[in-house]
Design a protein around this ligand. Structure first.
Ligand SMILES: [Zn+2]
Ligand SMILES: [Zn+2]
Length: 270
């Protein structure tokens, strides 16, 4: 695999590809596009073991994380969080980060404030508990924040986790927002959204953060960049987002690929 450029997709959901028998094909097109390393990010207990198995099978190319996604938090969250912590006790083939965890207030039931409040409360409890594990483990943390940007910052500040090990994935806030994260030592990573016409504030955030901490991701199978917008996304498209961000920052394609790759490898300790 790999051509002249070598790119890491720092956040994708490879279990979805595996489940419909499309993984080999996705890895093939990723390789053709120069995307030769991927981080399969966890959302709930159903995908953790699949990703772990893929990381074993494609050792050195696929890495994985475990975490309970805010939209996956239910009444059984405590049991799942105990399981998350257990993965970090493994001697071999351990997760490279805890995540994705956070708060998602975007999809709360409208018209039922009581239900919404109880969902928020469950999300908060699961987030705090996982942040406590992250602090104790001192591991990288992948944050999912939607409609809850400031709330996530507050929780992270209160948790005592090392901000240097924090990434807000799929960053869609503006320049001032990423400044707040960078100032604390954290970073944002960028999906294909940055290529959308309407995403001027996300492009601003890329420029404010600059090259030093940049990482790119697809969040595949979601969020395909232009010109594939609206179609299923795949890890190969990390090359499109990387090329786009490189141009935005005035860096040549291979140089950008090398920098974002080094950043990602250093952040996750690959
Ligand atoms: Zn997410
Ligand atoms: Zn994701």
């Amino acid at each position: 695999m790999g051509g002249p450029v070598s790119i890491i997709d720092s956040h994708c959901h490879l279990d979805r590809f595996h489940k419909r028998g499309a993984l080999e094909e996705a890895l093939q097109s990723a390789g053709d596009a120069g995307v030769d390393r991927m981080i399969a990010v966890g959302t709930n207990e159903a995908d953790w073991e699949i990703s772990q198995m893929l990381a074993r099978q494609y050792s050195g190319a696929i890495f994985y994380t475990v975490g309970l996604h805010p939209s996956e938090v239910g009444e059984d969250w405590e049991r799942q969080v105990i399981k998350v912590a257990g993965f970090f006790q493994l001697r071999r083939n351990r997760p490279v980060a805890l995540g994705e965890i956070g708060l998602d207030f975007f999809r709360l039931p409208s018209g039922d404030p009581e239900k919404a409040a109880s969902i928020k409360d469950l999300q908060l409890r699961a987030f705090r508990s996982q942040l406590e594990h992250a602090r104790r483990l001192d591991c990288p943390v992948v944050i999912h924040s939607r409609g809850a940007y400031w709330e996530c910052i507050e929780e992270l500040d209160a948790s005592g986790v090392n901000w240097e090990r924090v990434v807000f994935h799929c960053f869609v806030e503006d320049g001032e927002a990423i400044r707040q994260i960078n100032r604390r030592g954290g970073r944002g990573s960028f999906t294909g959204i940055v290529t959308f016409n309407s995403a001027e504030q996300v492009r601003e955030a890329v420029k404010v953060q600059g090259l030093e901490k940049i990482m790119v991701e697809t969040d595949a199978p979601y969020l395909a960049p232009v010109p594939h917008r609206g179609k299923p996304c795949q890890p190969a498209f990390a090359a499109i987002t990387a090329r786009y961000c490189g141009r935005l920052l005035g860096v040549e394609e291979t140089a950008f690929a090398a920098i974002s790759r080094e950043n990602t490898e250093a952040f996750f300790g690959l």
